[in-house]
Design a binder for this molecule. Structure first.
Ligand code: ZN
Length: 388
């Protein structure tokens, strides 16, 4: 008899991906931590580049053709045509472990996990504190380049009380590591920026959405180029945490209506249009979701749709996240008081994926008694490009 703990130890020492990699050439799969390639059991051509019937991860594998799968021991049994005991020996043999030693190892692993979690929590809290300090160092928009950017370049106004401030000299940092693997923050730029406060699910400041301004650049946004690589760098960045967060532009304690979009300029454009046309804003809140993923959350694992034109590097049809939401993933929490939710679509990114994302957001936020609809700008436009 081989004890369960020594089998667990054997499995931990032999990752399925490493073992399968001895027979076939695998490549990274679409899902995190997954490798795909030709099946070492049934494939005659074990170097085939187009085969994806076999998929493995650290502690398991499946083959769609063989309709088989399991742990690393079963994999060795199937490929090498061995019995269980022989497969265990093939993998280096089971080492009998001492129960006291097993318990000590399990305790050490639990302690390490707790220490890593504490370290991550401390890191997140320190970053949240830095965000708070930048927010405190920033001020109201009037008289700053941010006001000029919004009013004269993007042609939008903002609601009183919007979670927006102007920072006179916001550092643009590159987050990297030096040769010794130490954290190394490099300052690539410092200049005026629009800060938007990201409110977390707990109602506290979770992070900042930052837009660096250069009034002489196209669309008023900083056009920064990496000093070493010449690569164009984005004018917008998020610091701190955005998952499940929102930026409150028009605030309301218990809104009956909510307009929710992805970008600050998009939502401000719709606000400006409503204000200009004298529409009633009572009971209305307007938020941004920081990014599109945060609007809809992740798709359920089974919800994947083939893209009509995009292909993977291997030339296969690309599968993109579908309309069924994974309700356990983080997304903007829509308040229970909201009976009318309008989502703002954006015509300037890939329309196929965007439509699926908005369909997923509609399903995610639909509750009995609430009306949910997506508003779309004309093809090829976003709401702000219409006013610009
Ligand atoms: Zn197979």
């Amino acid at each position: 008899m081989i004890s369960e703990s020594s089998l667990a130890d054997l499995r931990a020492r032999n990752s399925c991906c490493d073992v399968a990699g001895k027979w076939v050439s695998l490549r990274r799969g679409a899902r995190k931590g997954r490798m795909v390639g030709p099946c070492p059991i049934h494939s005659l051509d074990r170097a085939a580049k187009d085969s994806t019937s076999f998929e493995c991860w650290d502690d398991g594998w499946v083959c769609a053709r063989c309709q088989d799968g399991g742990d690393v021991i079963r994999l060795v049994q199937q490929v090498e045509k061995l019995g269980f005991r022989e497969a265990v020996d093939w993998l280096g043999g089971a080492q009998e472990t001492d129960p006291a030693e097993d318990a000590r190892r399990a305790r050490a692993a639990a302690e390490k996990k707790a220490a890593d979690e504490a370290k991550n929590a401390a890191y997140r809290e320190a970053e949240r504190k830095r965000c708070w300090e930048f927010w405190q160092a920033a001020g109201p928009l009037p008289g700053t380049p941010v006001e000029t950017y919004l009013r004269d370049i993007r042609h939008v106004d903002w609601p009183a009380g919007a979670a927006l401030r102007a920072h006179p000299a916001m550092p643009y940092l590159e987050h990297g590591q030096d040769e010794a693997g130490r954290k190394n923050w490099r300052r690539l730029h410092e200049g005026p920026a629009m800060l938007a406060a990201i409110t977390g699910a707990d109602g506290r400041l979770a992070g900042l959405h930052i837009t660096w301004i250069d009034l002489d650049a196209p669309k008023g946004k900083l056009a920064l180029v990496h000093p070493d690589t010449g690569e164009k760098l984005p004018a917008k960045k998020v610091r701190g945490s955005k998952a499940g967060g929102r930026i409150e532009l028009l605030r309301h304690a218990a809104p009956g209506r909510l307009i929710l979009g992805e970008g600050i300029e998009t939502v401000l454009t719709v606000f400006t249009a409503l204000a200009c046309t004298g529409r009633a804003l009572d009971g209305l809140a307007m938020w941004t979701s920081v990014d599109l993923g945060n609007l809809a959350g992740r798709a359920a694992d089974h919800s994947r749709v083939p893209h009509p034109s995009e292909r993977t590097p291997a030339g296969r049809v690309k599968q993109v996240p579908g309309p069924e939401p994974d309700m356990d993933s983080a997304a903007v929490p829509v308040p229970d008081s909201v009976m009318d939710l309008r989502l703002l679509g954006d015509g300037d990114s890939d329309p196929f994926t965007t439509r699926l994302t908005m369909a997923r957001a509609e399903r995610r936020h639909l509750v009995p008694g609430r009306r949910v609809a997506t508003l779309w700008p004309p093809a090829g436009h976003d709401f702000n490009s219409m006013v610009m």
